[in-house]
Design a protein around this ligand. Structure first.
Ligand SMILES: *Cc1c(COP(=O)(O)O)cnc(C)c1O
Length: 365
């Protein structure tokens, strides 16, 4: 019996399918294929859920990052700080607009951007912006990052692709800060479309027209160079329908995280600090080994039993060919990469699956 890493069958259950088919059928009847009524409905409701004033849908999470950089006026050659541990797209977005990534080091136990490293890098380089990533769904220490950046006028773009429903601190959702906050709704994320979609959150009224113009060929502006990053109506209709259920599904992820913390305590790898139980969106559940060899041993034992698991992130940004020329601080990130294994934590994982996983790890180590 296998335990999958993702479960789309239960996410897209019968009742959901019936409703989404009705919505898609209506969209076909209306011929309203891009930026329709569901786009506005979703934007309003998602902004509310994440504590933001505005939400602007775009075509995907990487575009959300690039458009945020452009909206802040980041120009070719400008220096932008990215964490050494993230999904590749964070660095790619900086390169795609011609800016220069500066590597910021991470916290050894989480892979989150380290505020002390931002401070040092902001003294060594003229940073125009930083892009902290709420990796795995864990919130970065935004207060500490803001206190380094605000006095120097360094802009902050939070990459929250994995953090739908996460909290920066108790009562403060990711999205409630004064940064531009970007999301991806790629099918594997906690809130997901039937293909590609993304969005940008902001509290700043003056950003809204800029972002709207950039995502739609510069329309509404005489001077801005735009692009096509509109969000399809079918994706917005899907997201709007799934939004009703995302809290419940995130709570199931949280319950699984709690259970794993109980079952795995005392084993020869590190668990995340339990303060994250309430704060993380639990997009992923990483466990951290002392060595890459031990991680590979655990992974092999799980794979042998057809248990889905992934070694996010096997390479730091410095270890990616395209970013290997980047300067900055890399020690903790290079040390972090390769040693982490993510266990299945989709909403439909069963307690008996978690027990099987924990027993398999126990036997293997
Ligand atoms: C998924 C993801 C992205 C990219 O999103 P796309 O929608 O695939 O472009 C960016 N950053 C992080 C951290 C991600 O997990």
């Amino acid at each position: 019996m296998s335990i999958p890493f993702y479960n789309f069958a239960e996410l897209h259950h019968e009742e959901f399918r019936t409703e989404i088919k009705e919505r898609i059928s209506k969209i076909i009847d209306q011929g309203s294929f891009v930026e329709g009524e569901y786009n506005t409905l979703f934007e309003n409701e998602f902004a509310k859920m994440q504590g933001a004033k505005h939400c602007l849908l775009v075509a995907n999470g990487t575009d959300a990052l690039e458009i945020s950089l452009l909206a802040y006026g980041i120009k070719p050659g400008d220096k932008v700080g990215i964490p050494g541990i993230t999904f590749y797209a964070t660095g790619e977005a900086v390169l795609n607009i011609g800016a220069t990534p500066i590597l910021i080091d991470v916290e050894p136990s989480t892979g989150l951007m380290c505020p002390e490293s931002v401070k040092r890098m902001s003294e060594a380089h003229d940073l125009k912006a930083i892009m902290p990533v709420h990796i795995y769904g864990l919130p970065c220490d935004m207060k500490a990052l803001e206190s380094v950046c605000a006095p120097k006028g360094i802009k902050i773009i939070e990459d929250a692709a994995q953090a739908q429903g996460a909290f920066v601190e108790k009562g403060k959702p990711v999205g409630s800060t004064n940064s531009l906050v970007t999301f991806s709704f790629y099918p594997t994320k906690n809130l997901s479309a039937f293909g590609d979609a993304g969005c940008i959150l902001t509290q700043d009224d003056s950003m809204v027209e800029t972002i709207k113009a950039i995502r739609n060929h510069g329309r509404g502006s005489e001077t801005l160079l735009g692009r096509n990053s509109r969000c399809d109506h079918i994706q917005a209709a899907t997201l709007h329908l799934k939004l009703k259920d995302v809290d419940r599904l995130n709570n199931q992820r949280k319950a699984h995280a709690k259970k794993y913390h109980e079952l795995l305590e005392g084993m020869p790898f590190k668990l995340l600090d339990s303060k994250y139980i309430e704060l993380s969106s639990w997009h992923l559940y990483p466990i951290q080994f002392e060595s890459e060899e031990l991680r590979k041993k655990a992974q092999a034992a799980l794979v042998e039993k057809q248990i889905g698991c992934t070694a996010f992130y096997e390479r730091s940004m410095k270890e990616e060919k395209v970013l290997s020329q980047c300067v900055g601080e890399t020690e903790n990130a290079n040390n972090f990469s390769g040693k982490t294994l993510c266990l299945p934590i989709h909403p439909f994982v069963k307690e008996e699956d978690q027990k099987t996983i924990s027993q398999t790890l126990k036997n293997a180590l």
